[in-house]
Design a protein around this ligand. Structure first.
Ligand code: PRP
Ligand code: URA
Length: 209
């Protein structure tokens, strides 16, 4: 599928299985989300442009590759996306951080915005939107809408677990973005939770339930 990248690395799969476990506590859950985010970020940033620069090693002068020009913004969808911010900052410490606050209405499952603050000149940056869960796709699609409204053009979306219906919606609404998925799950249940999933990602990261 064009622009969709589903991870198959055993380390990522192993850590996602540990995340799913109902017996995994808040501390370990948070650590695993961050680790998975680093492993996925490594893949998602594979196409960063590089340029040759002059370097002097202890032996001689040489040309060597460095990441060029393009600046990065990591944009978590609140709350659960916050768990993946440090993953990207570990890889690219100079990245700026934007925030998009969305919650799903418990009855309609429609996303509601309560906060949006993005770095300046978002159009000149690669925007990496992070949220562990892609369920109906409403939140992810709305988040990408906001970024595009503010001028964002080069957008990647990274999630740990996706449901087929959510992926379909995000691809249909935003065929131009690249989507990175840790694992494709089976379906949504009647409450629009991903099955088998891992439960409520925000609650498990922040220990609110
Ligand atoms: C969760 C999750 C996504 C959204 C996915 O957030 O982190 O943002 O649901 O569902 P969707 O694809 O059907 O829109 P939630 O609304 O529970 O908010 P929270 O992170 O603050 O708990
Ligand atoms: N949000 C979550 O946190 N989990 C799901 O399964 C669906 C939406």
């Amino acid at each position: 599928m064009e622009n969709v990248f589903v991870m198959d690395h055993p380390l990522i799969q192993h850590k996602i299985s540990m995340l799913r476990d109902i017996n995994t506590g808040t501390n370990e859950f948070r650590r695993l989300v961050e680790e998975i985010g680093i492993l996925m970020g490594y893949e998602a940033l594979r196409d960063l442009p590089t340029e040759e620069v002059d370097i002097t090693t202890p032996i001689e002068k040489c040309k060597a590759a460095m990441i060029s020009g393009k600046k990065l913004a990591v944009i978590p969808v609140l709350r659960a996306g916050l768990g993946m911010v440090n993953s990207i900052l570990t890889l690219v410490p100079s990245a700026k951080v934007g925030h998009i606050g969305l919650y799903r209405d418990p009855v309609t499952h429609e996303p509601h915005e309560y906060y949006c603050k993005l770095p300046e000149s978002i159009g000149d940056r690669i925007a990496v939107v992070v949220d562990p869960m892609l369920a109906t796709g409403g939140s992810a699609s709305a988040a990408v809408d906001f970024i595009k409204q503010k001028g964002g053009k080069n957008i990647k979306f990274m999630c740990i677990i996706a449901a087929p219906v959510g992926l379909e919606k995000l691809r249909k609404d935003h065929p131009d973005i690249q989507i990175y998925i840790g694992h494709m799950d089976r379906e949504l249940n009647e409450n629009a939770y991903i099955c088998p999933g891992l439960g409520d990602a925000g609650d498990r990261i922040f220990g609110t339930k």
